[in-house]
Design a protein around this ligand. Sequence first.
Ligand code: TXA
Ligand code: MG
Length: 340
Amino acid sequence: MIKSGKDIIFASKLIREGKLVAFPTETVYGLGANGLDAKAVAKIFEAKQRPSFDPLILHISDLEQLETVFKKPISPLVLQLAEKYWPGPLTIVAPKTGKVPAVVTAGLKTVAVRMPAHKVARKLIKQAGVPIAAPSANLFGRLSPTRAEHVKAQLKGVDYLLDGGITDIGLESTIVTIHRNNIEVLRPGAITADQLQADFPDCKVVASNTEDYIQAPGQLKSHYSPRTPLYLYDEVPEKLPDYAALLLLEPHEVPEHAQSKIVLLSPTGDLTEAAAGLFQALHDLENDPEVEQIYAVKVEEKGLGMAIMDRLKKAAYRFSHFVDQNGMTAEEVSRQNQEL
Ligand code: TXA
Ligand code: MG
């Protein structure tokens, strides 16, 4: 069992000693280590069972730390983005300095950096006095943690867990990089492409993909996965078996005789509320022995809907692409069983 509590000073000492500390941010919980200490960072990969080609985010508490992590001259657009959205759920990828160990960036010449808004995270980084490298505090490929219990249930080998209750946003940060005058969104999040475009009208905001960017094709299409098979539907399926749970982000009409469990994340159709509860709902459903399948109904890929659909598609990927001996995916088998 991981030792947990609220002692930020103790946690910051552990970071300086090269140990692992899980901590809350406004997006999800992170698994942190001293970002300038290659040996400490290597422990993160071990605890998460994360492949070493997947680079980490460095978390800072003050703008002065930017010079430690980003190579000079830092693009004015990077500085403008930092000023506009930090502290907050935006991660910026830009060329790194020699101080950032290769293990953090998986050998890339760029590094991902963000300044979290969560008070506990900011205090921890400030007290530690170093940038903290931290991926989400889950096993690789599994659901991200939105509360301390999720971290405890998944990880071993963590020296301390700072318990900060439930995270506000519930989805990982938006990741962007700058290409000439373009802002490329590598991972959608709470700061939406529309918002970036509105705040930076002279730039072109384009959707890109971390997978293309870090050139690990196929490897990361499946991510954030519950253990229970999850399938995506355009609308509420007509037949709802009792072993399936229906996951709705916004209100929908449901067939009258539906026996299955129904989870509605936002009764008012508020996507911010739905996003905040998404991983919690998936954690609960994967631990519910009565639920053998999860049927999730899509939301429109607009605004925050982009980030929600990104996570849902990644959660569904391995179930819709794993092929059985008859050449059928688990999803096709499930749909066929419903028709019979
Ligand atoms: O909200 C968040 O971002 C959370 C909290 C803890 O800060 N962190 C998080 O980290 O989601 P993680 O490791 O689960 O996702 C970081 C992703 C990597 O998987 C990779 O796709 C991308 O950031 N990334 C990191 N460095 C990169 C780089 N140099 N170039 C492109 N993508 C990078
Ligand atoms: Mg993650």
